[in-house]
Design a binder for this molecule. Structure first.
Ligand SMILES: Cc1cc2nc3c(=O)[nH]c(=O)nc-3n(C[C@H](O)[C@H](O)[C@H](O)COP(=O)(O)O)c2cc1C
Length: 239
């Protein structure tokens, strides 16, 4: 890679555009998986991108379990079915929402080319991990950074990723023979897709909409008053 990095470390406009394109066109994919296998070298590129994520104290606390076996996936799918049923019962006071939830496709465990369980190992390079002494969850945040790298790299390769969190952690531990100290963070379904939606599936289904950026920015303090920074952002948005 070093041969293509300019001395001032800048990015060409087309390179910047590529990054933003990947960010804005990334989607969580649960359907539209097709039957194409992911070549090993492509999977390697995606996992390498994940492995180059930032991590607290450079602890690299992630592992990636690659799951193709149908029997294993079927057990995970059964866990999903049980957990989904629990979610449906939690919505019994809100029948409209419950009906909508029932219609949603929320996983692609069996249809995708491969499943990837991303785990967190808090003992790696421990017990003293630089930067994790005050906020113990910083290790989990690091794993999430790796997952986002993986998700974006997959998108540029034309591979959809669907994160399934409607699964019991204890089921995952048992099915994947995880050691007690290892925590499953994400269960991902990955595969080539016939198309990527332009908008999140939950938006299209009328579940929720993207919030306005302005509603999630605060100035100096929580609900702080208008400031110079806000002016700068308004000016930037006009260009
Ligand atoms: C931690 C996490 C867990 C998620 N769990 C699920 C899930 O169980 N099922 C599902 O269909 N989508 C799941 N998603 C995907 C979100 O629904 C999706 O990211 C969101 O609706 C925005 O859509 P987009 O990713 O296409 O932009 C999860 C996403 C994250 C970050």
């Amino acid at each position: 890679m070093s041969g293509i990095i300019p001395k001032d470390n800048s990015f060409l406009d087309c390179e910047k555009a590529g990054l933003y394109k990947a960010i804005f066109l990334r989607r969580d994919v649960r359907s539209q998986f097709d039957t194409r296998e992911i070549p090993g070298y492509v999977l390697d590129r995606i996992l390498r991108a994940a492995h180059h994520a930032p991590s607290v104290g450079y602890s690299q606390p992630w592992d990636f379990i690659l799951i193709k076996d149908y029997a294993t996936r079927t057990l995970v799918k059964k866990s999903f079915i049980r957990e989904r049923a629990k979610s449906i019962s939690l919505l019994q006071e809100d029948t409209e929402r419950q009906k909508l939830y029932i219609r949603l496709k929320l996983e692609g465990i069996l249809e995708s080319a491969i499943n990837i369980c991303v785990t967190y190992d808090p003992t790696r390079f421990g017990p003293f991990v630089l930067g994790r002494t005050s906020i113990s969850d910083a290790g989990i945040y690091s794993v999430c950074c790796a997952i986002q790298n993986l998700w974006l790299a997959a998108r540029v390769e034309g591979i959809g990723i669907g994160w399934v969190s409607i699964i019991s952690i204890s089921d995952l531990r048992r099915i994947l023979s995880l050691p007690d100290h290892v925590v499953p963070i994400a269960y991902l379904c990955a595969g080539y897709v016939s198309q990527f939606s332009s908008n999140p599936d939950l938006e299209k289904a009328g579940w929720l909409e993207r919030m306005s950026l302005q509603d999630v920015i605060h100035y100096e303090k929580w609900h702080g008053q208008r400031s110079d920074i806000q002016e700068d952002i308004h000016i930037a948005n006009r260009h």
